[in-house]
Structures are given as C-alpha cells and as structure tokens.
Design a protein around this ligand. Structure first.
Ligand code: ADP
Length: 502
C-alpha cells in the first residue's frame, strides 16, 4: 500500500479554517495584500491543495514595518513589565486552548506526525512563551560607581537601562513552523519589541492562526504583524528594510549570507540560526540499549528536516556493527504515512523538490562507495515520502558526510583511535557547529569529548536536548548568536548608559 492511502480526514474545525480567506495581519487588522497575490498551500502527504493564503510583497512588508514602528511608540511602550508578562502568558493560554487545531494544521501543512506536532507546539511553543513571559519583569540595568570628568566619587551617578532594540523582523523556515514563530516572538515581546513575522511560503497556516490568537490575547495593534510571502521578495524586503532594527533568522546557511548582506544597509542587528551536520559519537562502553533508539530518533526526527539532526554517526569499531544493525532495524521498522494517522512514525518531506534533493545526495553517496544499509528510495504513491536511509563506511571526504542534506540520511563511520583529540579533529572537520552528542558511561571521556566538539550545544547520552532555558545556537557557519535562555533575550535589548553630575 502506498504511503498516503490510509490518510485520516481533518476535523471539521480544521476544514473550516482551511476554507477561510487568509489575509495579512498588519496593524492589528487582517488586510489584503497590496498586489493581490496568493499562494496555494499543499499537504505534502497527499500533494493536494488545502488552502489559499494571501501573499505579501515588499509593499506589504513596508506597511507592516510602519505599523510595528508606530506600535513601538504607542500603548505597548507604556505597559508595565507585569502587563507584558500577563499578555505573553495569555498568548500561551490561547495556544494551549487551541492545541488540537494548531496540531492538525501543522501536520497538514508541514507533514510531521501528529505526536511530534502536538509535543513540540505544547513544549516549545507554550513553554517558550511562559519562560520568556517570566523574563519581562527581570530586565534591568546596573549602577556603576565611576567619577567621570572632574567630579569626585559620590558627586555623580551612572546607571544603565536595558531598552527594547526596536522593530524586529523574524524570518522563519518550514520545518517546525509554529515553534519557530513562538521562539522568535517570545523573547522579542518580553523585551518590549514589536515584530514583523514572515513565515516560510510553504507553511504559513499555523502562523496565521497564531495571529488570531495574538489578537484574542489582547496585544495592542501592530505589536505583532504577520506577512506570509516568498523569501526573495517579502523576506529580502524585510531583511533590507531601513526601519527594521534587528533580524532574527532561522534557515539555510546560504540564505543566512544573503540576510547579512541585506542587513548591511542600515547595519541592523542580526542573529542567525543556520544549518548543521551534527555528530553523534559512540564509545565502546556506551549503553547500546539507549544508543540505538537515541541515535535513530536523533537522525530521523522530523524526517531529518531538522537543523539539530544527528547526521554523522561516529561509532567505535568494537560496537560499530551492532549499532549499525540496531539503527537499521529501527529505521526500517518506521511506518511512513500521513501525519494525521496515529500509526505513522514518519511523515513526508516538505516538497517534491526536497525529495529530489535528498535522492540526489543518496545517489552521490552510492557513487562515492558508501555502503547503503537501509532505505535509499522513495516509496511509490502520492506524497513526498522518502525512506529513512543509513549509509555505513562513510568518510569525511564524501559529500553526503560534509553537506547538510536536510532529509532522512544518516552517515555512519567507525573509529579505532583512543586519541580523543584525533577523533575530535575528524568530528570537527565540517563547516558547521550546531549540535552534537557523546555516548559513553565514562564521565571523564564524556566531558572531555563534549568540550572538544566545536558546536554550540552538546548532549551526553541523548541527542539534542532542548528546553527554553538551554542556550541554543551555532558555531562557525551554523550561525551568529544564541537563542533560548537568558542569553536569548540579549539580542532584543540595547543598553543605554546615563551619567549625571551633581
Ligand atoms: P530552507 O532551506 O529551510 O527552506 P531557507 O533558508 O530557504 O530555508 O528559508 C528560510 C526562510 O528564509 C523562509 O521564510 C524563506 O522564505 C526565507 N528566505 C529565503 N530567501 C530569502 C532571502 N533572499 N531573503 C530573506 N529571506 C529569505
């Protein structure tokens, strides 16, 4: 049976939402796009068109930026931090109250399995908002004991204030649409900024429902503006806009470079969360009962369309065959199907184009002489499915081991060296540095290796631990800056030093 044949129908609430006219949220109102464009939204599991959404361009981005600028000077700036906290918490309440509908729309729009959508929206959406709501009341400056000019100590006072950076442009990808939207909105709103959010053109639906929830939560008009549109038009216009103070971007390294260039015009602040090629390093004493499911999920969560995915598996030669067999057995047992079907372990890839890209890498891996252990092909039938794929005997000269595939392809290579530095050099021989994991019972090896991996985050005996309080971001070409946690608030704030002489 083909993957999409046992699809489960959307609920009446989801069908009603899909059938609506979807406009742009600008200045607190749903408005039509200036040029009247629209985009068809496709369910990647069935390839069917499921909704039509208004498409914003540079003119609409400009209107949204003006609305965000006006809101920055309006009622929003006069709210107390307690009131901002309460509003963000109200948005979290709205999100949880609408969890079922958001989950269904995310599944239909992106293709991810229902469990993954529900868990990620509640955990990273809801918890994110609540975590940063709490920070709103804890933002403050310092007093600094200095004696500038001719004043004597005590005759002057210097203090700093932490002010919102201003208008934030948030540009997000399609792989976890609602989570991405909330993790940009939460710190920006806690800091007192206003936002223009541009969701990915492939997955605008949950961002649009989020816009409705922002209105219901009671945010002043213009604090959150949402403009779906293409990257090259709406995204580029937002990145280049002279009245935007900061861009928060998540997406490919290639587009990250374009954002930097576009932002140069007014020297706006930029944070970038980009690609990855994260390692999972397994030592011979590791608990293989944990390694096999942990590494398999680490590689194939969201069909591998996940910047933190563990895509390079380094396994000590003593346990290499056992780990590879275990991962292949688990990956091979995953059921591919529409995300709404509770039987589905993996959904489709986002698009036909993405599936072709993945197939191209698989062909390159075969040509380079990597051993295909499982997967390697798309099942027949509708939907952009691709079987979870494991290559063994790869090495870091191969394209499949070097480049980010953003699909369900895992490369496994063995190591024998007891020289940790040599192993770390091999692990670090990539342009990326986002995540990584170390699997061992030896705490000294675990912490030594974790320190040697050049990435923004390392997990020990699990892969890609995520929590709103854990700083997240990449080294090298995986990005600029950190999101999440206290550090994740800083890019949304600027410091003003004030000195008074008595
Ligand atoms: P992915 O490879 O995950 O699709 P992209 O980096 O292509 O990631 O896209 C991430 C986001 O960046 C999307 O919202 C997309 O529309 C936007 N984008 C793409 N190109 C540009 C660009 N030139 N300028 C600004 N945003 C862009």
């Amino acid at each position: 049976m083909s993957a999409a044949e046992n699809s489960i129908s959307p609920s009446a609430a989801a069908r009603e939402f899909l059938a609506r006219e979807h406009q742009l949220l600008i200045g607190g109102e749903w408005v039509g796009p200036a040029a009247g464009g629209s985009i068809e939204v496709t369910d990647p599991a069935s390839e069917a068109r499921i909704a039509t959404v208004s498409l914003g361009d540079a003119t609409d981005i400009d209107r949204a930026v003006q609305a965000a600028r006006a809101a920055l000077r309006g009622e929003w700036s006069r709210l107390t931090s307690y009131e901002r906290e309460a509003l963000i918490n109200r948005l979290a309440d709205q999100l949880i109250a609408n969890l079922e509908l958001l989950t269904e729309l995310e599944v239909l729009d992106n293709g991810m399995p229902r469990m993954a959508a529900q868990y990620s929206i509640a955990k990273f959406g809801g918890d994110f908002l609540r975590y940063y709501a709490g920070w709103a009341t804890k933002i403050h400056g310092e007093t600094i004991p200095v004696s500038p000019q001719d004043s004597r100590n005590g005759d002057s006072l210097t203090y700093t204030r932490r002010e919102p950076i201003g208008v934030v442009g948030a540009i997000i990808p399609w792989n976890a649409p609602l989570v991405m939207a909330t993790l940009k909105l939460a710190p920006a709103l806690a800091a007192g900024c206003t936002v223009v959010l541009k969701p990915a053109e492939q997955t605008p639906l949950t961002a649009l429902l989020l816009g409705e929830l922002v209105r219901k939560a009671g945010f002043p008009p213009g604090v959150v503006n949402i403009v779906p549109g293409y990257g090259e038009s709406a995204g580029a216009a937002l990145a280049a806009h002279p009245d935007v103070d900061k861009i928060a971007f998540t997406g490919s390294t290639e587009v990250g470079r374009k954002i930097i260039n576009a932002a140069a015009g007014n020297l706006k602040r930029v944070t970038l969360e980009l690609g990855g090629k994260s390692p999972m390093v397994v030592f011979p004493d590791a608990d293989l009962e944990r390694v096999v499911p942990g590494a398999t999920r680490g590689a194939f969560f969201l069909q591998g369309q996940n910047c933190m995915a563990g895509t390079r598996l380094f396994v000590h030669e003593d346990v290499f065959d056992r780990v590879v067999e275990g991962v292949a057995a688990m990956a091979g047992s995953f059921r591919l199907g529409p995300g709404l079907d509770p039987q589905s372990d993996l959904g489709p890839l986002i698009s036909a184009e993405q599936r072709e890209r993945v197939a191209g890498y698989v062909a390159a891996g075969r040509e380079a002489g990597a051993e295909l252990v499982c997967g390697g092909e798309a099942p027949s039938g509708k939907g952009y499915f691709f079987r979870p794929t494991l290559f063994a005997r790869t090495n870091m000269d191969m394209k499949i081991a070097r480049e980010e595939i953003f699909g369900p392809v895992l490369c496994a290579q063995s190591f024998s060296d007891s020289d940790l530095q040599a192993l770390a050099d091999e692990v670090n021989s990539t342009i990326y540095g986002l995540s990584g994991s170390v699997w061992t019972r030896d705490i000294a090896v675990a912490h030594r290796m974790a320190a040697m991996i050049d990435s923004g985050q390392v997990s020990i005996n699990c892969h890609a631990a995520v929590d709103p309080a854990i700083p997240f971001g990449g080294n090298r070409q995986s990005g600029w800056g950190r999101e999440f946690g206290r550090e994740g608030l800083d890019p949304y704030l600027k410091t003003k030093a004030t000195t008074v002489l008595f």
